[in-house]
Structures are given as C-alpha cells and as structure tokens.
Design a protein around this ligand. Structure first.
Ligand code: FAD
Length: 372
C-alpha cells in the first residue's frame, strides 16, 4: 500500500488521540504540528486544565452521544490494563435539584442527572439512590462507577504512544488550515490535514467557524481526598456556576470546580469565585475536610482546611451544534475537522478518533476513484 502523509494540526487530547489511532496504519505517516504541546499551560490550550472525568452529557441521537458511547470502552480498557496512563476508577454520585433544569449548568447536565440516562447500561454499577439516602435539597441522585484522568500524565502517555508508532511531533503555527499540509515531516505535502485546533478553529484561516466560543472554567486543585467523585446540577450562586469534585489518578490532586461562563476569555482566577467553589464543594462533600492527612484537626470544617495546590482557569472549546467531525476540501487540501469538544473532549476522544479514521479512509477512497 502506498504511503499516505497526514498532518494532525493540534496536540490536545483530541489531536493526540486521532494521531495515535491513525498511526496504527503502517502506511500512514503522521506528523503532529501544534503551537502548544503537553507540558505547556496556556489559556489557548484546553486539555491540561480539564479534570478530567467521564460523565456523559450527550443527548440521545446527537453526535456527542455517539462519540461518548464509543469512547468509554477504550477508557475502560486503559484504566484496567495500562496503569501508567494515569486513569483510575472512581465511585461517582450525581445529585439533581429539579429547580436547576433550565439553568446554564442544568441544561449542560440534563442528560447526566436523569434517573434513566442512555449510559446506565454502559457505565458500571449504575443505580438510583433511594430517597432515604438523599441529602436535604436534593430531588434525585444516581451512583455509578466512572474514571478520573490525571491529564498531564495521560497527555504525556499519549505522546509516548504516538512516538512509539513513529509519529513525529513538531512545534508550528498554521495561519491557514491548508498551510499545515506543507509542514509534514517528510518535506512532501500531506495528503490530508486533521484539524484538531479546538477553540482556535474560530479564527483559523480556511475554517473561521463562527459558532465556536469559549466556555470558561475555573478550578481549585487541592490535596484533600474527597472519597467519591460527585457533581450537582446547579448552585444558588448564579446559574453559570457549577460544583463538581474529582480526584485525579496517581497523586494528581483533587479538582474542585467550577463554572461554565460562555464567551469569557478571562485567563485569571477570580478569588471570589474560588471561595464560592471551595465553600460549595465542602457543603457537597464534607469528607473533603475531614481527612487527617491534609488538614489540621484543630481548624473548623471550612475552606481553611483545604490544602490548595493552585487555582486555574481553562477555556472549553464550545461549539453550538456540538463537535464537528467531518471532511471538507479547503484550498485544494483535504481536511478532516475534529474540533468543538466543549467540556467533554476526554470522554469523547476515542470515539472522535475512530470517526476521523473512517473519514480519512473515505477521503482516500474518493481520491483513488478520482484517479480511475
Ligand atoms: P486543545 O486542548 O485546546 O488543543 C488544541 C491544540 O491545537 C493545541 O495543541 C493548540 O496549540 C493547537 N492549535 C490551535 N490552533 C493552532 C494553529 N493555528 N497552529 C498550530 N496549532 C494550533 N473534558 C472531559 O472529557 N472531561 C472533563 O472532566 C473535563 N473537564 C474540563 C474542565 C475544565 C476546567 C476545562 C477547561 C475543560 C474540561 N474538559 C473536560 C474539556 C476538555 O478539556 C476539552 O474538550 C479538550 O481538552 C479539547 O481538546 P482539543 O484537543 O480539542 O483542544
């Protein structure tokens, strides 16, 4: 089979996973070109800031639901068999307040908080909590097993897997998506460019997708152990504020979140919001401040008992219609788009990569037929 040159533009979780899947084809010569790489922390680079866990939010029949459904088996496999990838299982509880259903976070989490969601047969140990187990103010709750990913470890692991398969990683900035074709490591132009530029797809030449926008997320990373991973449908502090808690694998700390602030590019943590996030997380999970290893037993059960590693902000690459995964010829170059993964890029990464692979095979078939 003839060699096929592919440039993947972007080294976030979406680009790295796509490159890894493509590199499993012996005749695909894959170059990753990116402005930011794992190890960088930048407001234009979403992947390092994510929690990250797998809490499906795609509504039935949407592309997001399909991508999430097709990602879980691989996350589960890696979690079970590849300890160095930085993923571990977490007991998970999702709390729902009926009054949040129409709020910004309520809309985001509508599917997740259902008592009968589509993923109940996919994520292990799914059950609905009896009303006797519900805390005050909670209308319903579910529990299941999911995963939490130590994102710096996992992104580095993906880089290593790519390198092992012969993928070449290069720094570069493309002003136009078609320019990425000439950045292929062989010196010959790429046959196909995979556009995994996340939020930057809104300003990348040849793409300029006007429906892409930031969903600002602010988090506090702490040393405290919550015991379980938990999320609630909303808060009383503002409808774009959220409360979620997850502990990363391999000592990566516990992420306290958060918010979903549309169209805000502000890269600086807001100290007042940080205080609200910490207060709400302790209310949701008092166990956070009862562990003797990270707290002083003499201090009261308030935010002073959180041992803070850092405050941080990331921008989720939102897109109005959800992720875009499709092929298009731009300025004479075949491009497979894969961007717009909002707050669900990890939990939809493997499904996205498999769809990219299918689209690449489809493009190659069209090119071959055109030669006949
Ligand atoms: P990015 O990680 O932003 O990567 C984009 C890449 O493209 C970068 O390498 C960048 O340098 C490159 N690039 C862009 N333009 C150019 C150019 N012109 N030339 C060269 N390179 C370019 N998801 C989950 O699944 N679970 C979670 O629990 C979760 N929690 C989150 C919490 C927070 C606070 C945030 C901010 C996000 C969270 N997410 C979560 C969402 C997840 O982080 C994103 O969906 C995901 O990181 C998007 O990955 P990406 O590869 O598309 O984009």
């Amino acid at each position: 089979m003839a060699d096929v040159n592919i440039t993947v533009l972007g080294a976030g979780v979406v680009g790295l996973t796509a490159a890894l899947v493509l590199s499993q084809h012996a005749n695909f010569k894959v170059t990753i070109v990116a402005k930011h790489m794992p190890g960088d922390y930048d407001i234009e680079y979403a992947s390092p800031w994510a929690g990250a866990n797998c809490l499906p939010v795609g509504k039935p029949g949407t592309i997001l639901q399909r991508l999430e459904r097709d990602t879980w088996p691989e996350l589960n496999r890696i979690c079970k068999h590849v300890v160095e990838a930085g993923i571990h299982y977490q007991d998970t509880v999702i709390y729902n307040r009926a009054k949040d259903a129409k709020s910004v976070t309520g809309e985001w989490l509508n599917e997740l908080v259902k008592q009968d969601p589509w993923f109940k047969d996919i994520l292990p140990n799914f059950r609905t909590l009896p009303s006797s187990e519900l805390p005050p103010g909670i209308d319903s709750a579910t529990a299941f097993t999911s995963v939490c990913i130590n994102t710096p470890v996992y992104l580095s692991w993906l880089v290593g897997q790519c390198a092992k398969n012969g993928v070449i990683l290069k720094r570069g900035i493309a002003a136009h998506v078609a320019d990425a074709a000439v950045l292929h490591h062989t010196g010959n132009p790429a046959d196909i460019v995979i556009n995994c530029t996340g939020l930057s797809a809104g300003k990348l030449g040849g793409v300029m997708d006007p429906t892409v926008y930031p969903g600002r997320g602010q988090i506090v990373v702490v040393r405290n152990d919550p015991g379980v991973m938990s999320t609630i449908s909303g808060t009383d502090d503002g409808e774009d504020e959220a409360t979620y808690i997850m502990q990363r694998a391999l000592g990566g700390g516990t992420i306290l979140g958060g918010c979903l602030q549309s169209n805000s590019y502000d890269p600086f943590p807001d100290p007042n919001l940080a205080n609200r996030i910490m207060r709400r997380c302790i209310d949701l999970c008092p166990a956070l401040v009862s562990s003797p290893s990270t707290t002083s037993s003499t201090s009261p059960p308030d935010i002073s008992r959180l041992s803070i590693i850092r405050h941080a902000v990331g921008l989720r690459p939102m897109r109005k219609a959800g992720p875009r995964v499709e092929a298009e010829k731009i300025s004479g170059v075949w491009v497979v788009h894969c961007y717009g993964h909002g707050g669900y890029g990890y939990q939809s990464s493997w499904g996205s990569a498999r769809e990219v692979e299918g689209l690449v095979e489809g493009v190659l078939g069209r090119v071959e037929r055109a030669k006949l």
